[in-house]
Design a protein around this ligand. Structure first.
Ligand SMILES: Nc1ncnc2c1ncn2[C@@H]1O[C@H](COP(=O)(O)OP(=O)(O)O)[C@@H](O)[C@H]1O
Ligand SMILES: [Mg+2]
Length: 142
């Protein structure tokens, strides 16, 4: 088992960043993270933490419109958002599969929208509201 925990609760955005930062330390090139959870459940905030943990100092925003953001962190991170583009053919055309072949860490928001595109060994995580400033972060597979 790669990860020593199943789920946790965050009580603030800062805490979610801290958890993401900590989580980043066990990531390796080639890992594909598939994130699910409703709007504002903390997916992007957690990714900010991962990038902080990987030494990336610039701003991180959700690629809702750009579809793919590339961050040259200690391990290159490819940040993808399936939210606005649910057509599989479009992603294949953009070259999504090429990113999987390289030694990147791939993180996909709204991954459930196009499950068919995910590799079998994707690390699936679920984010949900558990209060105004509380979010549950669950590891679905490991
Ligand atoms: N514990 C928490 N963790 C993460 N975000 C939180 C938390 N509490 C409140 N928030 C707020 O919820 C929103 C989360 O947004 P974001 O990370 O972009 O979510 P998503 O990418 O899932 O849509 C932010 O406005 C943030 O300030
Ligand atoms: Mg987001």
């Amino acid at each position: 088992m790669k990860f020593g925990w199943k789920d946790c609760e965050s009580n603030s955005p800062a805490e979610t960043i801290q958890i993401g930062e900590c989580f980043s330390q066990i990531l390796e090139p080639g890992d594909v993270l598939a994130f699910n959870g409703e709007l504002a459940s903390g997916k992007t905030t957690f990714i900010k933490g991962i990038l902080k943990g990987l030494g990336y100092k610039q701003s991180v925003t959700s690629p809702t419109f750009t579809l793919i953001n590339e961050y040259p962190a200690k391990i290159p991170v490819i940040h993808i958002d399936f939210y606005r583009e649910e057509e599989m053919g479009r992603w294949i055309k953009i070259g999504l599969n090429d990113y999987f072949l390289e030694d990147n860490i791939i993180i996909i928001e709204w991954a459930d929208k196009l499950k068919e595109l995910l590799p079998k060994d994707a690390i699936v995580m679920n984010f949900s509201h558990s209060g105004l400033d509380n979010r549950k972060i669950e590891l679905v597979t490991n």
